[in-house]
Design a binder for this molecule. Structure first.
Ligand SMILES: Nc1nc2c(ncn2[C@@H]2O[C@H](COP(=O)(O)OP(=O)(O)OP(=O)(O)O)[C@@H](O)[C@H]2O)c(=O)[nH]1
Ligand SMILES: [Mg+2]
Ligand SMILES: [Zn+2]
Length: 279
């Protein structure tokens, strides 16, 4: 199911045909709400129309944005003015780790970022695959499909980071359904709905950007898992909170450049926020 508009799912068949569908009553009872990304069984009723008879068991499913069977995240971030928030970037990446989703980082609007500025993203480039991209200069655009295989990949990032522009450039405007974009209050095209677009061997999903992200309550261990570069720390105590307590391996890892100061600072912020009962 590639689109949901006014409660009517649009299903794309294996042959690439799009069908505007209704949900059979028994499906509504069985699955509640159908989601973009759901694999469904569908019967043709009229030309271009159909009825959804069954929804396959879901794989990894996101609530926000609501997408089923997600295979990976494409996190769009920009250093061009107005630059994105590094803290928000780390919040997104933590959620990806907790879901067990691979994240590809796109350092976007590269046409407006001088080469000497680019080192500011080194702390992330050491941990995640990162491609500098621009729809204006074309930089990096050919590399994106090579990095994403089959499956559903979800574009995520702050509002204005360039997700929809990237999607249009990557899948070609012809592949973009109309009605996906609506005019924002200041005349900008702000995405309001979730939609899937065939891309390479899989699908790419555009989603609305949101500029606040509160982490759900989690244990300190889960939070630590959200930082892949922490996983190899060998502290004296297995349940070390990495607050530089005696026997904590963090200071040495930071001196060695394995853990960057800025990501570590975020870890400390998130530890206060997301882990209940921590002083
Ligand atoms: N210089 C430059 N500007 C870009 C590039 N890509 C997008 N933009 C501009 O960035 C602005 C926001 O782009 P969108 O694609 O609408 O951003 P979005 O992430 O989809 O935003 P939301 O839908 O609100 O979440 C637009 O004015 C684009 O023209 C780029 O590669 N270079
Ligand atoms: Mg958009
Ligand atoms: Zn430690």
């Amino acid at each position: 199911m590639v689109r949901l508009e006014a409660n009517r799912p649009t299903v794309r068949t294996d042959e690439g045909q799009e069908l505007l569908c209704h949900l059979a009553g028994k499906v509504r009872l069985a699955v509640g709400r159908i989601r973009v990304g759901d694999r469904v069984e569908c019967r043709l009723t009229d030309p271009g129309q159909g009825v959804v008879l069954a929804v396959e068991t879901r794989g990894l499913t996101l609530e926000r944005p609501p997408v089923a069977n997600v295979g990976g995240l494409v996190v769009v971030f920009t250093l061009a003015e107005p630059a994105g928030s590094f803290e928000l970037l780390d919040r997104r990446l933590i959620l990806a780790e907790l879901y067990g989703l691979k994240a590809l980082l796109l350092a976007h609007k590269a046409d407006r970022v001088a080469s000497e500025e680019r080192a500011r993203l080194d702390p992330w480039a050491r941990v995640y695959p990162l491609i500098w991209t621009s729809v204006k200069s074309g930089e990096g655009m050919a590399e994106v499909p090579r990095r994403l295989g089959a499956g559903i990949h979800v574009l995520t990032g702050e509002s204005g980071a360039g997700k929809s522009s990237l999607l249009a450039a990557l899948v070609g405007s012809a592949g973009l359904a109309t009605g996906v974009l609506t005019r924002g209050q200041r005349g900008r095209q702000t995405t309001r709905t979730v939609s899937l677009h065939p891309f390479g061997e899989g699908y790419l999903s555009d989603t609305p950007g949101f500029s606040r992200l509160h982490l759900p309550p989690m244990t300190a261990e889960e939070l630590g898992w959200g930082f892949p570069e922490f996983r190899d720390l060998r502290c004296r105590f297995r349940d070390c909170l990495h607050r530089e307590e005696p026997g904590c391996a963090l200071p040495a890892a930071r001196d060695a450049g394995v853990v960057s100061p800025i990501r570590y600072r975020h870890y400390r912020v998130f530890l206060e926020e997301a882990v209940p009962g921590r002083p």
